[in-house]
Each structure stands twice: as C-alpha cells, then as structure tokens.
Design a protein around this ligand. Structure first.
Ligand code: COA
Length: 290
C-alpha cells in the first residue's frame, strides 16, 4: 500500500491564484484541495453555483485556504469574460489557469445528433479556447508574466478512441493548443502544459459514463500494468508541480499519469503478459534442449 504524501514544500504555491474550471467536483476539486494545502488562493468556476458553494465550504474547511466561486458556462465567451472580470477584481489577478471542465458520454458515433457532438466539443475544446484566449489576452495586454496554463487531456488525445469520438476530437485539439501556445506565448512569460490522467475514479464518473450493464467491462486492474487505479493525491502532486515555479522550464509538455495503461494497449507483444512463469520455464527448457 503506497502512502501518498504531499510532494512539495508547504508554501510552494503561496503567491499563486489559480483558476480551475469545473473545479466544484471530481478531479478539479481534488487538484483544488492540493493547491490550497500548498498555500494557493483558489477560484473555481462552473455552471452550477450551488455545487460550487458546497465545494467552497468543504475545501475551506479541510484546508483553511481561501476559495472564490463564480458561475460560468465555459462554452460562452461572454460568460467567461464576466467571470474573469469578477475573479480578477476580487482576487487582484490570476496566475494559473487549469482547463479542467469537461463533458463526455459513450455512444456509437453514427447515433449522435449534430447537437450532441457539438455539446461535447463546445465544452471541451471551445471551453478551453475561450478561457485560454480571454485570460491570455489580459495577461499579455497587462504585460504580466510568470503565468501558466495547465490543460487536462487524455491519452486518447493522440491514440483516438472509439465510442467517445467528440471527446477524442476535442481533446486532440486541446493538446494541439497546448503545444502551439507553448511556443507562441513563451515570449510573454506564459507556459502551457498538459496532464493526461488515466483512471482516477471519482464519485459518479464511471456510473455516468458507463451504465450498470457495462461496468463489468471496466476492470481497470486488467487494463493497467500497475494493476491499480490512480489516487487523487498523485494527480494533485503532479498538477501542483507543473503549475509551480519549480517547473518554470517545463513548457509544451504532456505528462501521462496512467500506470502504463495506454502503452499496454499499444505494444505488439504486450499480450505476452498473460503467459505464466511456468510456460516461460517450459519454453526455455525446450529451447535449451535444441
Ligand atoms: N448519448 C447520446 N447523446 C447524448 C447523451 C448521451 N449519453 N447525453 C446527451 N446527449 C445529447 C442530447 O440528446 C442532446 O442532443 P439533441 O438535442 O440532439 O437531442 C445533446 O447531447 C445535448 O444534451 P443536453 O443534455 O442538453 O446537454 P447538457 O449541456 O445539459 O449536458 C453533458 C451534456 C455531456 C455535459 C452532460 O452529460 C453533463 O453535464 N455531464 C457531466 C459532466 C461530464 O460529463 N463529465 C465527464 C468527465 S469525463
């Protein structure tokens, strides 16, 4: 059993105000907690203000940190602008943007309506571009520097994945945006990086994506070489490092945190993992006899 402790010094994020979209639940909230524990001030934004208020109370209670909440639909540029106006006026400025808000569902692609496809692309890709553009313009105009963007992508940003095609399409775009802006905006002192998390179960995530009849297909211990799912603290540790000044030379990188899951599906001979030691012994004996 691994005991995951905070990786960075206690005040590693002390002077950082961090905006997390979709930070009221799931992995966004898990990252928020770790950032707060390292001294950051947090802004969390999503559509549901009631959910955000509950998250704020929980996070402040757990960490003693300060959390500001603003309702915002990331699909709508004006809504993002209004949220940023309020957040910047309240906090004095934002140093880090974590584009975490997402929407996803499984479906054969031919069964999707055009609106269903748009809905996911609008949240994931347009939501990320809206927040990035609106905040990036302000950082550049005000000649602020030492800012950074952390995008949450997935390994199917580059492998693609059947049955989640709108999400795969949008996440591929987010990865391209990450790498493009890493070069273009470096001159303004803005870094862009991404994390591709694997299986980090959240309350309700699997239930939402997979109906009960399909959940037996999702035995993660078989899909992941390390034979376990990730712990939220592990994601929080990586995210904390990437947004901190310890990572000030890290730019344009996507770091996969999935226990080796996607590579297991990729290597041509990886199926040999199924072979027991006894069969390897027998094969070795027969080779030596020859
Ligand atoms: N399969 C196929 N189509 C679906 C669908 C599903 N499971 N869920 C929604 N749609 C379609 C709807 O039918 C609608 O299309 P239509 O108007 O042509 O019928 C379109 O998508 C929009 O649906 P709606 O429910 O109005 O969208 P919404 O904006 O309220 O929410 C989600 C859509 C995906 C964002 C919603 O499921 C959600 O909020 N999920 C929680 C967040 C999440 O998914 N996180 C995933 C993290 S991996």
């Amino acid at each position: 059993m691994i005991d995951i402790k905070p990786m960075l010094q206690k005040d590693a994020l002390i002077n950082k105000t961090i905006l997390i979209t979709g930070g009221g639940s799931g992995l966004g909230k898990a990252m928020a907690k770790q950032f707060l524990n390292l001294g950051a001030t947090l802004v969390i934004a999503s559509r549901n203000l009631e959910k955000l208020q509950l998250a704020k109370e929980e996070l402040e209670g757990q960490t003693g940190g300060k959390v500001y909440v603003f309702s915002c639909d990331v699909r709508d540029y004006n809504s993002v602008e209004t949220m940023l106006d309020q957040a910047i006026e309240t906090t004095g400025g934002i140093d880090v943007l974590v584009n975490n808000a997402a929407g996803n569902f499984i479906s054969p692609t031919e069964r999707l309506s055009a609106n269903a496809f748009d809905t996911v692309v609008d949240i994931v890709l347009k939501g990320t571009s809206n927040c990035t553009l609106a905040l990036g313009k302000r950082w550049i105009e005000n000649k602020e520097n030492n800012k950074n963007i952390l995008n949450i992508v997935t390994t199917y940003s580059w492998t693609g994945s059947a049955y989640v095609v709108p999400s795969a399409t949008a996440k591929a775009g987010v990865l391209a945006m990450t790498r493009s802006l890493a070069v273009e905006w470096a001159k303004y002192g803005i870094r862009s990086n991404a994390i591709a998390p694997g299986a980090f179960p959240t309350k309700g995530a699997i239930e939402r994506l997979l109906p009960p009849q399909l959940q037996h297909l999702a035995d993660m211990t078989k899909k992941i070489p390390l034979a376990r799912v990730g712990k939220h603290e592990e994601l929080g540790n990586l995210a904390s490092y990437m947004v901190s000044d310890y990572a000030s030379f890290l730019n344009g990188e996507v770091i996969t945190l999935d226990g080796g899951e996607w590579l297991q599906g990729a290597g041509q001979f990886n199926f040999l993992r199924e072979i027991p030691e006894s069969l390897w012994d027998a094969l070795e004996q027969s080779r030596k006899k020859k």
